[in-house]
Design a protein around this ligand. Structure first.
Ligand SMILES: [Zn+2]
Length: 437
């Protein structure tokens, strides 16, 4: 007798898409059998032609609580995640106060999240100037690795590292380092302007190329494990390919906005499109898709980075003054699926990019896949249904989005966390703690 059986004609398993019956007991997948298989179960749900996906794993989410909870909090971010088919997030160490740069700060953050989370939540630590000695204890406390910036992060309490400080952090702890790769020396002060092109010109591709090169050289020298966050400039891809060929342990991710938006189409004053690194041109976007198809970019994650609407400065439309960040944890799946499908990719590709590879990045072997032994984190997804993005239907605390009014394909019908449908009532999320070996 199992607790739940989900039948789908389109279950996306590690072997590809196929009809299957997924049996769940005690929150885990205990069998993946034939669609018609007769199973003794307390509850049977037949999804028919709806796809059954593993819950997505979003390793790049800024929750901001405590300290900037008015930007986003654990209750709203995780509710939005569940509505978007995301069942595990890993929270970034900055924009909350305190930033997660010591083991004590991790305790503060977990206290703030306790009892509020609708999906599972893990944490990144932060590497900032002067905290190298704190990194081993923070790592031992269960963070999945450390984020560092090579340019201004936007908040004063999370300063960037220079190349020497990055090397010092690498030497302090044998961890996964995830780097915001823009080089301060190649960025220009943005002039006050409502023209997107002016903002874009202040953050040229060379800033990413230079920072990727710096991070790769530091990782090569230290033998460190490096992951490039939110890659936008496709011109940095050959550096990553060459380093990998040389045996440097480096991977890269990109985000839904870099894959689907086009700098030339951003309206004047539309600061909801501002993020760093910036959205670039359509030719660059095509190169990002090629890198995904080749496996050079391994993951697509949201970089959900909200703020209050006033900080977006929609009143003046000044890109220089507006906070940079796009909130999309609830929309990443349909945004990516809409474009992926048009480019000939399968649902299995999207699941690889957004579920099992992000899980693998942080070592979550029991997440992001429909396989025996994995957590029963599952999503009923209608891959053919369309909808128009209505910000009022987003669970983000501040429903500001560049996707407003866009027609997207793919609707999340139900999300299960460890075999229980997420309804928004009693939060059932758990903390994810890196297994310390
Ligand atoms: Zn980010």
């Amino acid at each position: 007798m199992v607790d739940l059986v989900l039948r789908s004609r389109r279950a996306v398993t590690p072997d590809g898409e196929r009809p299957a019956a997924v049996s769940v007991r005690g929150g885990r997948i205990v069998a993946v059998g034939a669609y018609e298989a007769s199973v003794d179960a307390a509850e049977v749900v037949d999804l028919g032609e709806l796809a059954l996906l593993p819950g997505l794993v979003d390793t790049h989410v800024h929750v901001n609580e405590p300290g900037r909870t008015e930007w986003e909090g654990f209750a709203t971010a995780t509710r939005a995640a569940a509505a978007g088919g995301v069942t595990a997030i890993v929270d970034m160490p900055l924009n909350s106060l305190p930033p997660t740069v010591t083991a004590d700060a991790l305790v503060v953050k977990k206290d703030a999240a306790a009892g509020k989370i609708h999906v599972d939540v893990g944490f990144w630590g932060g590497a900032i100037p002067g905290n190298a000695a704190d990194l081993p204890a923070l790592h031992a406390a269960g963070v999945y690795g450390f984020k560092a910036f090579l340019a201004d992060s936007g908040v004063p309490e999370f300063p960037p590292l220079d190349a020497g400080q990055l090397a010092e952090a690498f030497a302090a702890v044998p961890a996964l380092f995830v780097v915001h790769a823009e080089d301060a020396d190649h960025l220009h002060a943005a002039v006050p302007s409502s023209a997107y092109a002016d903002f874009l010109a202040s953050r040229p591709p060379h800033a990413e190329h230079a920072a990727v090169a710096t991070a790769i050289e530091a990782a090569r020298a230290a033998g460190a494990r490096l992951h490039i966050l939110h890659l936008s400039a496709a011109g940095a891809l050959p550096l990553i390919a060459a380093a990998r060929a040389d045996g440097v342990r480096v991977t890269a991710e990109t985000c839904p906005h870099y894959l689907t938006l086009d700098a030339a189409e951003i309206p004047a004053g539309a600061t909801e499109f501002k993020c760093c690194p910036p959205i670039r041109d359509a030719a660059n976007r095509d190169e990002l898709w090629s890198a995904l198809a080749e496996g050079l970019i391994t993951c697509v994650v949201s970089d959900h980075s909200p703020c209050t609407p006033d900080l977006k400065r929609r009143d003046t439309g000044d890109f220089a003054a507006a906070w940079g960040g796009i909130a999309s944890v609830q929309l990443g799946l349909p945004v990516v699926w809409t474009a992926a499908r048009a480019r000939g990719h399968s649902l299995a590709d999207v699941v690889a990019w957004m579920a099992h590879r992000p899980a693998d990045l942080v070592g979550l072997e029991g997440k992001g896949r429909i396989a025996v032994g994995a957590d029963a984190d599952l999503v009923a997804f209608d891959p053919d249904a369309t909808f128009v993005v209505d910000p009022a239907r987003l669970h983000h605390r501040n429903p500001v989005t560049p996707y407003a009014g866009k027609t997207l394909t793919g609707v999340v019908r139900t999300t299960w966390l460890r075999g229980r449908a997420v309804t928004g009532d009693a939060p059932q999320g758990r903390f994810l703690i890196r297994e310390v070996s």
